[in-house]
Design a protein around this ligand. Sequence first.
Ligand code: ADP
Ligand code: MG
Length: 303
Amino acid sequence: MKIVIALGGNALGNSPQEQKEILKDSVKPIADLIQEGHQIILAHGNGPQVGMVLNAFDKDVELPMVEANAMTQGYIGYQLQQSLQNELMNRKINKPVVSLVTQVVVDENDSAFLHPTKPIGPFLSKEDALVQEELTGHTFIEDSGRGYRRVVPSPKPVDIVEIESIKQLVEDGQIVITVGGGGIPVIKNQGLLSGIDAVIDKDFASSQLAIQVQADLLIILTAVDQIAINFNKPNQQWLTSINIEQANQFIQEGHFAPGSMLPKIEAALNFVQHNPNNKVLITSLEKASLGIQEKTGTIIRHS
Ligand code: ADP
Ligand code: MG
């Protein structure tokens, strides 16, 4: 199968040092799938990392969001390709792994630019957030009881600029890491590209990637084995398989938290609506192989 895998925050850790250690394990389930003969295209998030990069810069240097995105693609891609290459080497699997600096076109009239919603960077106390708001003019919101975080616009991906290169590499049997951190957001004006300050949701970018490479399966690897209705409530119920209609009903009933599970479900729907044969698996990193065998995880299918 041709599979797009989206790696969540828990596969990457919070600092480059931590990430390097975590990745040694994170790449194993991916190597398993490659060993099983699947064609893998990898995507990943960058929420905490992009905040870290912005904070690491000298306050005299105004680092634009779009370049911060590019930097996270670079170093996360580097560590990921190295870890996966090493793991494949250990298994005597001879396949090149490459990460691609990838631009993703967004619509400059996307309403997201008027309403920043995507939390990035560290969690702050209310007092510190207010001070930062004064100092920088950035917007901060309370994030799921965990503290205050900066929010940036999160427009929807429209087109992947480097798609032809990605397809060629995949066709050639190479493992491609692309749309890292949702891709570098760019707008197109009279055929010309230019960067724009935003963060594209990695779940939506991965879904767009899965559509454009004509994948059979999109796997979203996150911190939970399955999705649930009544999540974290006494009547919580894990879901094995849902179709478009059921997913829409559960969205309406508010079962999926905005900013965490909701974008995954919406991204999943986007992919399965595109082609009735398309399927999405949402599960944890450790359970990826079991999930493909439908022994765990949640499958989202057309009908
Ligand atoms: P990632 O970095 O993988 O995108 P997120 O934190 O954004 O991770 O989203 C995954 C989290 O969504 C889970 O760890 C879980 O706490 C939360 N979540 C919210 N609603 C649900 C739900 N209905 N079922 C399962 N998990 C949910
Ligand atoms: Mg997320």
